[in-house]
Design a protein around this ligand. Structure first.
Ligand code: GLA
Length: 402
């Protein structure tokens, strides 16, 4: 009897193994093998974003050639949300009459579409969040055809963390991590590949646990603003985080401000160069229909984008600082190296040029490379004087050229 039972068990196991071999469970598609690139509505439009503006951004990604150099995500940030109906289904507000139609439009351009929510009851701008509706919302996103979710902590802090675990920071952080894991599970359950972007300002060393809750990227800081001091504090403050980044899991020092505020061209170049060195997501945050040619030239510089999107996925690091000069390097595939020298000071170096030490970068002898902002071939020699304008950058690729 027992023998018969184990025989039939063995037959069953064999049958299911054969069925599995013929019909393996669908493997979750890997997303964000390189840092996501695209556009997000928040930095320029904030709560003024609407259906028309998102369509215009999608049109411009195509018309400007940004799509061709890799900008594919069109991400709607906060303020699209309306009310929930009696069955808890979330509706859009009047600015977004038909999200499915909008997603179809974006997809018809060969682009992808992203959306925004919060694990709390409300988003940062006080619109409906996903608390208690995670599975329902994830399903809705999948039905609409959403490809990317930014999930922003905000009201989860006072409404859940502080209420459920007052005076216990560690317990608060566990609640936060569980909330991110919950939405990850809900997204995965839809079967649709959706990039998962954690936005909780780097709390509790997000880089240490975000990948384990499915995060493809996680904010490492509070919000960026379009001014050099903030960009420099955030960008140069990323030192030490390189080892946490890699294909499908990236540090996110926040979206780009290139073309916003009163940033000078030098500042825009430095911002973009530093984000490329940092293997940061490149989410343009400017007004695409009114983009100036010189801003487009920065955002579409293929050589700089190639640094950001390098297949090795190894984030760059500070090599050394010298007074107001920051020197960063990033190792690239094929043994190539990106070297960036930033003048963070307010004055020009012409009267006392900076001398770049190649040995401090582990390089010996003259190095042939390409200046990625002039496009010219250059040779770097040890202690060579370098003159940089205030807040400007010298970005060189040494070794295998793209
Ligand atoms: C937070 C985020 C921003 C943006 C706003 C929207 O401040 O950090 O990037 O999404 O919320 O309300």
């Amino acid at each position: 009897m027992r023998n018969l039972a184990s025989l039939s068990l063995a037959v069953l196991a064999l049958a299911s193994l054969t069925a599995f071999a013929q019909n393996p469970a669908p493997k979750a598609q890997v997303v964000a093998l390189t840092p996501p690139m695209g556009w997000n509505s928040w930095n320029y439009f904030a709560e003024k974003v609407d259906d028309k503006g998102v369509r215009a951004a999608a049109d411009q990604l195509v018309a400007t050639g940004m799509k061709d150099v890799g900008y594919v995500y069109v991400n709607i940030d906060d303020t699209w949300e309306g009310e929930r109906d009696a069955s808890g289904v979330l509706h859009t507000n009047a600015k977004f009459p038909d999200m499915k139609a909008l997603a179809d439009y974006v997809h018809s351009k060969g682009l992808k579409i992203g959306i925004y929510s919060s694990p709390g009851p409300k988003t940062c701008a006080n619109y409906a969040g996903s608390l208690g509706h995670e599975e329902q919302d994830a399903k809705l996103y999948a039905e609409w055809g959403i490809d990317y979710l930014k999930y922003d902590l905000c009201s989860f802090i006072p409404e859940v963390m502080e209420k459920q675990a007052p005076h216990d920071k560690a317990a608060q952080m566990r609640l936060m991590e569980a909330a991110y894991a919950k939405m990850d599970k809900a997204l995965k359950a839809t079967g649709r590949p959706i990039v998962y972007s954690l936005c909780q300002y780097g709390w509790d060393a997000a880089w240490e646990w975000a990948p384990s809750v499915g995060g493809n990227l996680w904010r490492t800081t509070g919000d960026i603003t379009p001014d050099w001091d903030r960009i420099a504090v955030i960008g140069f403050g990323q030192s030490g985080l390189a080892k946490y980044a890699g294909p499908s899991h990236w540090n996110d020092p926040d979206m780009l401000e290139v073309g916003n505020g009163n940033l000078t061209l030098a500042e825009n170049r430095s911002h973009f160069s530093l984000w490329a060195l940092l293997a940061a997501p490149l989410l343009a945050g400017n007004d695409l229909p009114n983009m100036k040619p010189e801003i487009k030239a920065i955002l579409t510089n293929r050589d700089v984008i190639a640094i950001d999107q390098d297949k090795l996925g190894k984030q760059g690091e500070r090599a050394y600082t010298d007074g107001e000069v920051e020197v960063w390097t990033r190792h690239l595939e094929g043994g190539a190296l990106a070297v960036a020298v930033f003048n963070t000071g307010d004055t020009r170096y012409s009267t006392h040029p900076f001398h770049l030490s190649l040995s401090k970068l582990g390089l010996h002898g003259a190095q042939a490379g390409k200046d990625l902002w002039t496009g010219k071939a250059v040779e770097l020699t040890d202690n060579q004087p370098i003159e940089l304008g205030s807040h400007d950058v010298l970005l060189i690729r040494i070794g295998a050229q793209k």
